[in-house]
Design a protein around this ligand. Structure first.
Ligand SMILES: [Zn+2]
Length: 565
């Protein structure tokens, strides 16, 4: 990167006053030119190139050989990236920016190997917090602990007898409270006792002899505790968004599909866009049947003038997650007879929201993890779309994790996009087989089967549930192995993708899934100059090295939004 830095410092990359030869596309005189060892375009008509040129608006005007482009713009100063490889900007088709920001600001419990380790990390984290504030954390996973059982409030009470503690499980679907947090929740006006034998709809308070033990599975149950957590103030929310955006561009992301955005979140994103503080593109999806969705139906789809923010869709939930056995299965869990998980709401009520979205022209996507969850979504989509399944609706299913093999062709038939997260497979592979048994693994994290059935794939991470780093996603998609290369040959190796297919999933596939393929996802004339400069070529390195690619710089609208030191 020696050459890049002086280039950028000399006038913010903008080469002034370079004369334009007559008859060349683009009227502005400030065309910029980049050459590299290889440019992978994700454009089938020219998959590999040596040079790109873009105009002052950040739109690509030409892709081709270095000689041709130099000849076309002889005055343009050239950014020569020598041995580097350029790929289209990576787009995470499923993430949560506010969640990422807050997780960067709360106790990180990911990978903790025991309850004791959780408590130790919390104690270290809480030392820097103001006295009496809630201790918030996320990322715990009982599947990593020797006993593999849900924890209890008592595990936290020794270290935190009178300070409230609330910890989100790694999947975000379950939460773990200490006794003080439960006391405060129970003391709220109108609160229902956490003990007893009732359950909130579609979710579960874990109890022993009718006494809540401290774990709350599903949104309805979690809300009972979360009502007691003080609201994050505006300054904190702004700080969270800033941290999330900085973290995202540093790993090569130029776009994110934010899955579950409220009216307040959108207002914050919009302010950042207005102030030029949005370094990447955000396709925001309204958080269920809430205020943001109501705005879309009342005022029409939202698009920010700057091209970096829009809300055209709604994201709903069909079920929970597999780790906490909240995903809805057709048959019982293999390791929990009698339990086949939960649908988030009655199929009729769900279909009603889908129908309203259709009427408002809003793109629909739904979280579905279990085979019953996925089937219920496909059923509702089929019912609402009726004869119009081929109407370019771009409806999607998020996760599509455990799908009945017979239902895979239905994705194709209904033209439903499978938005999948490769790192979920490699995080879950140690216990997913326990949950669903051998037979159901045939349709588990089955991105190759989806692709072979003609289904369009969009790839992402579900950050902060997983790391936002798309290199880990590319690696997991291609190897189906953990960071240590286990298991040899990969888990369910028939489902591996090639590196080119995985890269397409994180670029053109994601762009298509947000109906933005006319702007981003490939490097071709007319599209935005969003790209990532890597030290290595992801299509040449061994698969085992995909998680170690070096991100040298990240570019959006032809401007560097991240530069490695
Ligand atoms: Zn998610």
């Amino acid at each position: 990167m020696r050459r890049l830095l002086p280039f950028l410092l000399a006038g913010g990359l903008l080469v002034q006053g370079c004369a334009q030869p007559e008859g060349v596309a683009g009227e502005s005189g400030d065309v910029r030119l980049l050459t590299a060892a290889r440019i992978h375009t994700s454009d089938p008509s020219r998959p590999v190139a040596e040079a790109i040129a873009w105009d002052g608006e950040g739109r690509i005007v030409a892709v081709g050989s270095a000689d041709d482009l130099r000849a076309s713009w002889p005055q343009a100063e050239v950014l020569d990236l020598e041995g580097a490889t350029v790929v289209p900007g990576l787009i995470d088709s499923h993430g949560h920016l506010m969640g990422l920001g807050f997780s960067l600001m709360s106790a990180d419990l990911a990978g903790a190997a025991s309850r004791d380790e959780v408590v130790e990390r919390l104690q270290a984290y809480a030392r820097d917090l103001p006295e009496g504030t809630w201790v918030l954390g996320r990322g715990w996973d009982q599947n990593l602990w020797p006993e593999r059982e849900f924890p209890t409030a008592a595990d936290l009470d020794g270290a935190f007898p009178d300070r409230p503690v609330w910890l989100a499980r790694v999947d975000g679907h379950a939460g773990w409270a200490n006794s003080e947090a439960m006391r405060r929740a129970a003391a709220l006006d109108g609160a229902r006792a956490l003990d007893g034998d009732w359950q909130p709809e579609g979710s579960r308070i874990v109890r022993e002899d009718d006494v809540a033990t401290g774990v709350f599975v599903g949104g309805g149950a979690r809300a009972l505790i979360e009502r007691a957590v003080p609201e994050q103030d505006d300054a904190l929310r702004e700080q969270a968004l800033e941290r999330a955006l900085a973290a995202a561009v540093a790993v090569g992301l130029t776009g994110v599909h934010d899955m579950g955005v409220s009216r307040a979140d959108l207002a914050l994103f919009r302010r950042f866009a207005d102030e030029g503080r949005l370094p990447l593109r955000v396709a925001a999806y309204a958080a269920g049947d809430g205020d943001a969705f109501a705005d879309l139906c009342a005022n029409g789809l939202y698009t920010h003038d700057g091209g970096r923010l829009w809300m055209h869709g709604i994201k709903m939930y069909a079920d929970g997650a597999l780790g906490s056995r909240g995903a809805a299965l057709i048959e019982d869990y293999s390791d929990d007879p009698g339990n086949h998980g939960l649908l988030a709401q009655e199929p009729e009520a769900y279909a009603d929201v889908v129908r309203r979205a259709r009427e408002c022209g809003v793109q629909v996507t739904t979280h579905a993890i279990g085979d019953r969850g996925n089937r219920s979504v496909l059923d509702a989509y089929a019912q609402v779309l009726g004869e119009e399944a081929d109407s370019d609706h771009r409806w999607r299913i998020e996760h599509a994790q455990i799908v009945a093999v017979d239902d895979i062709p239905r994705f194709f038939g209904l033209d439903v996009i499978a938005s999948m997260q490769p790192t979920h497979a490699t995080s879950d592979m140690g216990w997913a087989g326990d949950r669903v048994g051998e037979e159901r693994l045939a349709g588990a994290y089955a991105w190759r089967s989806m692709m072979d059935a003609g289904v369009r794939l969009a790839l992402g991470s579900d950050f902060p549930v997983e790391s936002a780093d798309p290199r880990l996603g590319l690696y997991a998609a291609v190897t189906r192995q953990d960071a240590d290369g286990q298991p040899p040959g990969g888990w369910l190796p028939g489902q591996r993708l090639t590196a080119a297919e995985a890269l397409r999933g994180f670029t053109a596939g994601s762009a298509y899934a947000a109906r933005s393929e006319g702007e981003i996802g490939r490097l071709a004339p007319g599209l935005r100059a969003d790209f990532v400069v890597l030290a290595e070529d992801p299509l040449q390195v061994p698969a085992a090295a995909l998680d170690e690619l070096t991100v040298l710089s990240t570019w959006v609208d032809g401007e560097a939004v991240y530069l490695a030191d």
